[in-house]
Design a protein around this ligand. Structure first.
Ligand SMILES: CC(C)(COP(=O)(O)OP(=O)(O)OC[C@H]1O[C@@H](n2cnc3c(N)ncnc32)[C@H](O)[C@@H]1OP(=O)(O)O)[C@@H](O)C(=O)NCCC(=O)NCCS
Length: 239
């Protein structure tokens, strides 16, 4: 069973590498609802990716609960944030997942809220409109002063930070992203500068970002300060 010490975040970042044989294994870990959701996906690529990442989410979370991946049960919060259901909630694990391109990120902590987001950096033809609708006034003016070449990675880093924070709070996009002000990483430090709905949030939440790795922007939000982040490798999973 994997140990998760308090004040540690376990961050898993996996890249899909899945033969047809592997796919049958991942599919065998899913529950009936997940299989139905997979079957509804029209494109084979999306179906394979769904089966692969859901199988991995189950395998990883199960290794902290000491149970079989197939046995795990989930419930969702008011706006859809998933959590472990009884009896698996006794471990006080909180997790967040994100998938983009061919990557999956999972962040796991004990007894605090957490949100993770990974975004494949891809061309956005409607970038100026998106910036207008999701960036705060401060972010918009700084963004417009950036050189063209750094705009796309900065956009996705800002977006990932906002989503990670909103996911940590279980809100998804039910609060306007432009009401949240974050650092324009990498031109300035990442972090929560202001939440227009909660003046105490800056002190209560940690928000971090990573330099784009092979065209992906990643961000992590955790409730409280002084977290240690452990980047987890697949070989740390029990067989
Ligand atoms: C939660 C939300 C923010 C997910 O965003 P996303 O980037 O599409 O997807 P991610 O891969 O990062 O996260 C998906 C996971 O978030 C989790 N999730 C869903 N609702 C959530 C909520 N309210 N709070 C926290 N987590 C939530 C689920 O685990 C979900 O996994 P699933 O797809 O297997 O069900 C979603 O509410 C949303 O509305 N997304 C729109 C994104 C968008 O407009 N992006 C434009 C980028 S320019």
């Amino acid at each position: 069973m994997l140990e998760l010490p308090t004040r540690h975040v376990h961050l898993w970042c996996l890249t899909m590498d899945c033969s047809p044989f592997d796919l049958a294994f991942w599919a065998s870990l899913l529950c009936a609802d997940e299989r139905v959701r997979a079957d509804r996906l029209r494109h084979q690529r999306d179906r394979r990716f769904f089966i692969w990442y859901r199988g991995n989410v189950r395998r990883i979370l199960a290794s902290y609960c000491g149970s079989a991946p197939q046995a795990l049960r989930f419930r969702t919060g008011r706006f859809g944030k998933p959590e472990l259901a009884d009896p698996f909630d006794m471990h006080q694990l909180r997790f967040s997942i994100s998938h983009s391109g061919n990557r999956l990120a999972i962040a796991i902590v004990r007894a605090s809220e957490v949100g993770v987001d990974i975004e494949q950096i891809r061309p956005m033809p409607d970038l100026p409109d998106l910036v207008d609708s999701v960036f705060s006034g401060r972010e918009q003016s700084l963004f417009r002063s950036l050189e063209e070449s750094s705009r796309l990675p900065t956009f996705f880093s800002v977006w990932a930070q906002k989503e990670a924070y909103l996911k940590a709070r279980g809100l998804g996009l039910n609060r306007p992203p432009r009401d949240i002000d974050v650092g324009l990483f990498p031109v300035e430090g990442a972090g929560l500068i202001r939440d227009g709905w909660d003046s105490s949030a800056t002190k209560q939440w940690s928000l971090m970002a990573w330099p784009p790795v092979q065209s992906y922007a990643t961000a992590l939000a955790v409730e409280g300060q002084h977290w240690r982040i452990d980047h987890m490798a697949e070989d740390s999973l029990p067989l």
